[in-house]
Design a protein around this ligand. Structure first.
Ligand code: ADP
Ligand code: F6P
Length: 323
């Protein structure tokens, strides 16, 4: 018999498509194992301000198909203070929770790590479109965000082709270039600017575009990661130096919404299920990861210390495929 009788679940930081499937999996796996679930609204903000709701099996029906998070999410400055963390830990104890499941990105997991120091049993589930957690090969929301970016690029390509223009598309990703690399390869771009590769600059982009035009390309596509930014300035630079009409489109929050893909629903369902299973096995203060094709749980401190070297392979392949 498991000692876990009551758990809390919250979503925090930037929302990500698939978070609802993770909530559903946590709730249903818990209920299947006679564990009570308290939903905490608006992330750490709701924990500090008493925004709780009991979740039963039916309260999570028909949510998996929707983007965003039904628990709502927030960024909570109070959690960055020791006072706020102590207050949150105390509320957790008053609520009688045996564990708190945190679904969110790097910041949210650091919040969980802080709570751990004040006696809260935490479990993390990686949820962010950015894929910027080095401990895992997958974060919930990435696939949907890339698909949304790719579809937007398809549309931009149509008009770019008709007008024989150069199109710059800026995609999200905070300080990471994963969304840009995937959108670049799946959208067929000629150049990808990412924070991990500062050697690609406005002048090298111009050189690449002119070379491609001389080889017969009649329109161009360049992807810029949010962490590099400056896409409007890049468009103006290209147009002034080359005379090629250039337009910049910043996809922004468009990429955070939308119906989650099967990949996101699947990872979210497996991660939610495996998180509750791990709790039942007596594991605490861990984060669920997907590595080398398998789900696993890692010690939260060690997971947040993981550092992944930048691998240039995807960029190199994108250049070969763009000739
Ligand atoms: P994400 O989880 O998507 O990376 P943020 O970085 O904005 O999003 O973090 C979400 C929230 O997690 C923050 O608003 C804050 O409440 C909490 N948080 C982030 N970093 C820390 C930290 N070092 N200590 C405590 N709480 C943190
Ligand atoms: O972390 C997800 C993300 O969408 C990043 O790609 C982006 O930098 C950030 O959140 C935007 O945050 P906000 O919704 O607060 O503008």
């Amino acid at each position: 018999m498991s000692n876990v009788k009551k758990i809390g679940v919250l979503t925090s930081g930037g929302d990500a498509p698939g978070m609802n499937a993770a909530i559903r999996a946590v709730v249903r796996t818990a209920i299947h194992n006679n564990i009570h679930v308290t939903g905490i609204k608006r992330g750490y903000d709701g924990l500090l301000n008493g925004e709780f709701m009991d979740l039963d099996a039916s309260s999570v029906s028909s949510i998996m198909y929707r983007g965003g998070t039904v628990l709502l999410t927030a960024r909570c400055p109070e959690m960055m203070t020791e006072e706020g963390q102590k207050k949150a830990a105390n509320i957790y104890k008053v609520l009688g929770l045996d564990a708190l499941v945190v679904i969110g990105g790097d910041g949210s997991l650091h919040g969980a790590q802080a709570l751990m120091k004040f006696g809260v049993n935490v479990m993390g589930i990686p949820g962010t479109i950015d894929l910027d957690l080095d401990c895992t090969d997958y974060t919930i929301g990435f696939d949907t965000a890339v698909n949304t970016g790719m579809e937007a690029i398809n549309r931009i390509r149509d008009t770019s082709c008709s007008h024989e223009r150069c199109s710059i598309v800026e995609v999200m990703g905070r300080n990471a270039g994963f969304i840009a690399l995937w959108c670049g390869i799946t959208g067929g771009s000629e150049e990808i600017l990412i924070p991990e590769k500062p050697d690609i600059n406005n002048d090298s982009v111009v050189k690449q575009i002119l070379q491609n035009r001389s080889l017969g390309k009649t329109h161009n596509l360049v992807i810029v990661a949010e962490g590099v930014g400056g896409s409007q300035e890049l468009a103006e630079h290209i147009e002034s130096v080359t005379g090629i009409q250039t337009r910049a489109t910043i996809l922004g929050h468009l990429q955070r919404g939308g119906v989650p893909t099967a990949i996101d629903r699947m990872h979210a369902s497996m991660m939610g299920y495996n998180t509750v299973k791990a709790l039942i096995e007596g594991k605490i203060n861990r984060v669920m990861v997907y590595r080398d094709g398998k789900y696993d749980d890692l010690d939260l401190n060690e997971a947040l210390d993981c550092k992944r070297e930048y691998d240039n392979t995807l960029y190199e392949i994108s250049k070969i495929l763009a000739i």
